[in-house]
Ligand binder design. Sequence first.
Ligand code: PGA
Length: 253
Amino acid sequence: MRRKIVAGNWKMNKSVIDAQQLMVQLLSYKNNHTPNCEVWIAPPALYLMMAKDIFEKDEIGIFAQDMSEHESGAYTGEISADMLESIDATGSLIGHSERRQYHGETDSHCNRKIKLALDKGLIPVYCNGETLEQRKAGEHFEVVKNQTEVALFTLSAEEIRKVVIAYEPVWAIGTGETASPEQAQEIHAHIRSTIAAKYGQEVADEISILYGGSVKPDNAREIFSQPDIDGGLIGGAALKLEDFSRIIEAFQS
Ligand code: PGA
């Protein structure tokens, strides 16, 4: 069975006090509800230790928003897979489009990061998706297939089973414009069949593929009801418990 996941990407938001407040609210929400999905958060790296202190193990998945492609050493500003493992983090987002856009990350970088994360027992959440220009040019299927192959296809079948993929069309991130459930579903199915062609259907069927890009309380249910969509990576709407909890509850029935 594929895991169902709602993950919140906090990006570069919140003071330490505000971050603590939202974590405490989430804890109390989790104590009073039994969601039908796993709940993960990716707060700024500075607050990961605090998250580990607030949540019991396995209560909420704790993810970094990025990690280094290098193991250790003179890489100022970076955090390593080893460091994440040492604080017992659950995993890391890898290849978010904002990392690609502002920090020049490519799928080859993602490939190295994913391998390092897996070697340390961390769950990589590999993000991909096409730009508006690529979609307008009708290249979206090819772009996403190519991203998936470069970032993931050096992995063994055993390794790729542990990866979570987040399809996030760049034109839908933070823009208020969402892919329609049908547009998202067809790309999710395409990613799954790309993986099935190399690793077989059984492996492909085990991989959770999340959708990200302007998921909100009022569109989450329809998006999550698609057969190849296993949850969401939520940006803006993860910053308030009221919105985030309603998205979690889109899995309720
Ligand atoms: P958004 O961000 O929900 O604010 O569009 C999603 C993401 O970047 O992961």
